[in-house]
Ligand binder design. Sequence first.
Ligand SMILES: [Zn+2]
Length: 383
Amino acid sequence: MKQSRSCPVCESMVATLLHYNELAPIDMLDMSYSLSECNNCNFIFADKLPSNSQYLFYYEKLSKYDTQVTVSDVDRYRTEKAVSFLTERVSKDATILDVGCGFGVMLSALRDAGYTNLSGIDPAPHSGLQASEQFKFNEISQGTIEGINKAANLSEISLICLMCVLEHLPDIKSNLSNLAKQLQYGTKLMVEVPALDLYDGTGGEPFGELSIEHIQYFTATSMTNFLNSLGFKIIDAELFAIPHLKSGSLFVLAELSTEIQKIAPDRHTKMRDYLRNSELRWQAALKNIPDELFVLYGAGSHSARLVPKLTEKQKNNLVAVIDGNVNLHGKKFGGWEVEPPEAIKKYSELSILISSYRSEKLIADSIKTKFQNQKLKLMYSDV
Ligand SMILES: [Zn+2]
């Protein structure tokens, strides 16, 4: 039974349902959730979540975070912007701890910008090794935000970075208030989250902001409320648009302070417009599902959202599910077992529906190099 969450910003238990994000079970794990808006402070968050142990299982066994070792153009752009935001505001002698640092993309960029006291922690077991190999950066240890004091001496840290972390945490309020209790006044916090202020359902992946992993949807106002509720005062905040994705990031620099701040309700967020526009484009994309037997390429968030929307006839037509993520091979996706891309040769007569927004052309090209005559169906070329 999925439990209701209290609002991660103001802890009110009264919220309004905006949307049900139904997702097909992956390896028997149902990661569906409700999208709720707090009636008190208007923060929008994922409610009725899977349990913590299900999230841990998902990140350990199924997520592709641990298998990605290349830096995408978008991540490079975000990192550049984050580093220039910091260099304008934080001196080079700062002692910086990057929590949830991945394989050190941000840390190595900070090093290249002239910072020298740098370390990071990440839950993924191979992050440290990957950072050494890829960036010659050797200061990453394995750890989580809950166990942060075991991995770092917090009294020596002057800046903590949480880059693309807060939108993921099921226990965000207790994680961050425990962290704040262990910090000295004056310690700074740099945060990056996807910015609800920049959501735009007229482009990008329909409902793509409601992924399996993202369960908090911050605006500049609600992030201010959240950090204020933990005792941080805002030093500066900036929105960075990523125009071709119709989305972007919010960067906030804050400082632990003794001042008490009030919560200001966050009216008129863009979520309702985003949901409405996503629905229109989603319906248009669904028209590209083949009307005959087909194979689905992709077993991530996009397919998890797609499969529950298939009609009975389309479900009967769906023969197989393929994905490149080795963590998924052999696992159940909805009622199908995920097969590796090589399995396409078994289905040479069938159309392949490419279930991805960002990578549909890339996937189509890579299938074409190995299986020239395969019929391919894209969902977004005309949406
Ligand atoms: Zn609230």
